[in-house]
Design a protein around this ligand. Structure first.
Ligand code: UDP
Ligand code: MG
Length: 336
């Protein structure tokens, strides 16, 4: 198979309800681009019929389809990394399988790449998600913008295009818990953004309940910034300084005006302050734990995922060739 101009990488986890519509819209949209392409689906250990549907699609379009099958669920971002490791295109586009990213929008990303950008991020113009998700995303985008050196408008949008160099760099990064759009951004020399449409989920429901969403955002923040840790040292220093100052003031006042204590007691509640500080300390401790836990994962250096099989034409030809050879061997044995 010659190297295609475009690879489209799509992680798939329990998307049996969306896949038929995705196939029906994605391939015509890619055909319309008039360029050579391949689509790489990474089945992230789906427990529904997704793997079977992907295999059927591969049999229908073996020339332009490749399927990486994980043996278990490792998460959306590891799935994208596997797609990066297996794709061959000069340009690589990532998108979701649930049709929230319209395949027709890929053309827009490619226009920006033609203009010389090596990284094109999508910005969901009118986001079709719950108000809670929109609010949380806005807050997290703001936090990331302030405490990392990664600048993007819409970190959650997976409809993005990357140059081959960036994809190779991401694939070579041995990071265990990562956030692809941010990691890729660190390798980009000329990034840009374009507005893209966004749709409601075609079928099924989001795979990100609150807990997974929080974990993902910890991956993003801890992966790209040490500021949270530094904030705690700053906060600790500030608290010590304030405590010292208060101590001096209190002692001085006690020496001169004993009655002042009544006024102070209006604002001064040691129990509440202690609760507040204990809360901050536990949060800080937990935060250190988040970093230490990730270091622990990283030093163990386990494989990030296991691939059960890869469906691709080369493999199909190999399988067919093998079958033919077996038949030939059998028939020549007959003749003997
Ligand atoms: N996904 C995945 N592994 C997971 C969770 C999600 O491969 O553990 C895929 C999913 O099939 C979809 C994309 O990642 O193609 C985005 O997931 P989803 O639409 O549930 O996220 P949301 O749009 O709610 O952020
Ligand atoms: Mg979605």
């Amino acid at each position: 198979m010659a190297t295609p101009n475009l690879s489209v990488v799509i992680p798939v986890y329990n998307e049996e309800a969306s896949l038929p519509t995705l196939f029906a819209r994605l391939y015509p949209a890619l055909d319309a681009l008039g360029t050579t392409y391949e689509v790489i689906f990474v089945n992230d250990g789906s427990r529904d019929r997704s793997a079977a549907l992907l295999r059927e699609q591969w049999e229908r379009r073996p020339d332009t389809t490749r399927v990486v099958l994980f043996n278990a669920n490792y998460g959306q971002h590891p799935a994208v990394v596997a797609g990066f490791e297996h794709c061959r295109g000069e340009r690589v586009v990532t998108m979701d399988a649930d049709l929230q990213n319209p395949p027709e929008e890929i053309a827009k990303l490619l226009v920006a790449m033609d203009a010389g950008h090596d990284y094109v991020g999508g910005v969901r113009r009118r986001r079709e998600d719950s108000w809670f998700r929109r609010l949380a995303s806005r807050a997290m985008n703001r936090v990331r913008e302030r405490i990392t050196r990664i600048h993007m408008t819409d970190q959650g949008c997976m409809l993005r295009a990357y140059s081959r160099e960036i994809v190779a760099a991401v694939a070579a990064s041995r990071e265990v818990s990562t956030f692809i759009p941010a990691l890729a951004y660190t390798f980009a020399s000329n990034p840009t953004e374009v507005d893209v449409e966004h749709a409601e989920r075609a079928a099924g429901k989001s795979h990100y309940p609150l807990y997974k969403l929080i974990r993902l955002n910890f991956d993003l923040i801890t992966g790209f910034s040490l500021v949270p840790l530094q904030l705690f040292s700053m906060f600790g220093m500030l608290v010590s300084a304030l405590a010292l100052a208060t101590y001096v003031v209190v002692i001085v006042y006690r020496l001169y005006h004993a009655a002042w204590e009544d006024a102070a007691s209006v604002f001064w509640d040691r129990d509440i302050l202690a609760f507040f500080l204990v809360g901050m300390m536990l949060f800080g401790l937990g935060l250190i734990g988040e970093y230490v836990g990730r270091i622990y994962h990283q030093v163990r250096a386990r494989p990030r995922y296991m691939i059960r099989a890869v469906l691709e034409r080369d493999a199909k030809e190999a399988v067919e060739r093998e079958a033919k050879e077996t038949v030939e061997r059998a028939s020549s044995a007959d003749r003997r």
